[in-house]
Design a protein around this ligand. Sequence first.
Ligand SMILES: [Zn+2]
Length: 473
Amino acid sequence: MSATQEIRFFNSMGRKLERFEPLEAGKVRLYACGPTVYNHPHIGNHRTFLFEDFLRRGLRFLGYEVEQVMNLTDIDDKTIRGAQQNGVSLDEFTATYVDSFFEDLDALHVERAEHYPRATEHLPEMIALVERLLERGYAYTSDGSVFFRIAADDDYGRLSGVDLDHVRRGERVAQDEYDKEDVRDFVLWKAAKEGEPTWDSPWGPGRPGWHLECSAMSMKYLGESFDLHCGGVDNMFPHHENEIAQSESATGKPFVHTWLHAEHLIVDGQKMSKSLGNQYTLKDLLARGAEPRALRYLFLATHYRQRLNFSFEALKAAGAALKRIDEMRFRLAHATETEAPHEDVEQAARRLTDDFTAAVADDLNSSAALGAVFQFVKEVNKAIEDGRLGHGDRQRAVDALARVDQVLGVLDPAAWQEAAGGHGDDEIERKVRERQEARERRDFAASDRLRDELQALGVLVEDTPQGPRWRRA
Ligand SMILES: [Zn+2]
C-alpha cells in the first residue's frame, strides 16, 4: 500500500472534516495522552487507547511511517496520594500500575508506541519550558509556584470554545491557589508541600503541573510542531487547552495540526462511576470470561466520535460476530478448489481491500471497515457453497483477511494460515467425536453447537445404534 489514499480527519480544532497531510511526507508524528498510573485502567480508558491503536495501525496500513508518543503520568495528585496512603515511594507505587497498563495493552493486542516517556524522567525539559514562558511574559512566580498568565494569551480556549470568564466566575479559589493573579490562571509548577516528593527548580523545590508534562514530552520527541494529538473528549478542557497555551506561547509556533478526540464510554446507558459499581477494568471483564478480541471488536464497531454503550449483551454479540468470521475459516479449510477458473474470490478480495482502505481513510470509520469484512465473508461463503473456489483461492481469501486484520487485530493469523492449506477429514472426525462425547455426558449445549459447526461445514451427522455416522450434505 502506498500513501496515495486521501485521508480525512475530523479536526476538533475548528470542528470540521479536513484533508490530512503530515508535515513531513510519508511520516506521521502522533501524541496520545497516556494513563495516570495510580490504578488499573478502566474500559473507558481502553476505549480511547483502542481508538488510538486503530489510528496508528490505520495510518501504517495506508502507507505511513508512524512515530507515536504516549506519556505515563507518574507525578500528579493521585499518584502522590496513592504512594502516601500505601507508605511506599512514588516509583514503587506507580510501578504496579505501569505493569498493569502494559499487561492490558498486550491482552488487547495494542501495538506499542515508539516512546513511553515518564514525567519523573523529564524534569529538566519541563523546567526549561517554564523558563521560556517566564522569559516571554506568559508566566509569573508566586511563593515558589509558577502560574500561566491567561490574560497574556489572546486565543486561549479556541479548541474547546470554552469561555473562562463564564466558567470561572464565582468559582472558589482553591486553598493553595490564593497567590494567583487571576482566578483563570493555571499552575505550571507547584511549590513543595509537606510530605510530598519534590524536585529542585530555579523557583525552589516543588513539582510540575500535569498539563506541563504533556507539552514538554510531546515537543521533546516530536518537535515543536507535529501532526496529531489525541485523547478522550474529557481531556479537551482544560488539559489540551493548557497544553496549547503553554506550547505555543513558549515557541511562537503552531503546536499541533490535527486534534482527534474519542467520545465517552457509558455502561448500560449510564455514566460509568465507582458508586454505581459499573466502572469495569479490563481485569474485571477477563475474570468474567470476556474474550479480549471480542472487546476489541465491540469498541471498533462504534465510530470513535460516537458515545459507546458497553453492556455484557453487546460483548456477547461481538463474540458471536467474530465467530461468524471463524466459521468461514472452517468452511474454507474444507472446501475443494477447482481447476476451473473462477474469479469470485479474487474480486471479493479486491473489493475488501478497496472498501476497507476507503473506510479507514474516511475519518477512521471502523464500523464501515468491519462492514467490508462481513461483505467479504458473505461473498466467500457463497463462492464455497456454489463450488466456485478457483485454484489458490483459499490462500487468496486468507491473505485478504490477514491484510485487513493488521488494522483490526481480531483474528488468529496462525489458524487462518493453517486453513489456507486446507484440511482432510481429520477435523470433521474430531468434531463428530467431540459431539458424541458431549452427548454422552449430557452436555446438550455443546453437542448442539458442534452439530451446527458441522452443518456449517456441509456435514450431516446421523446417530445410529453403532454410533454416529457422517456424510457430506
Ligand atoms: Zn496529556
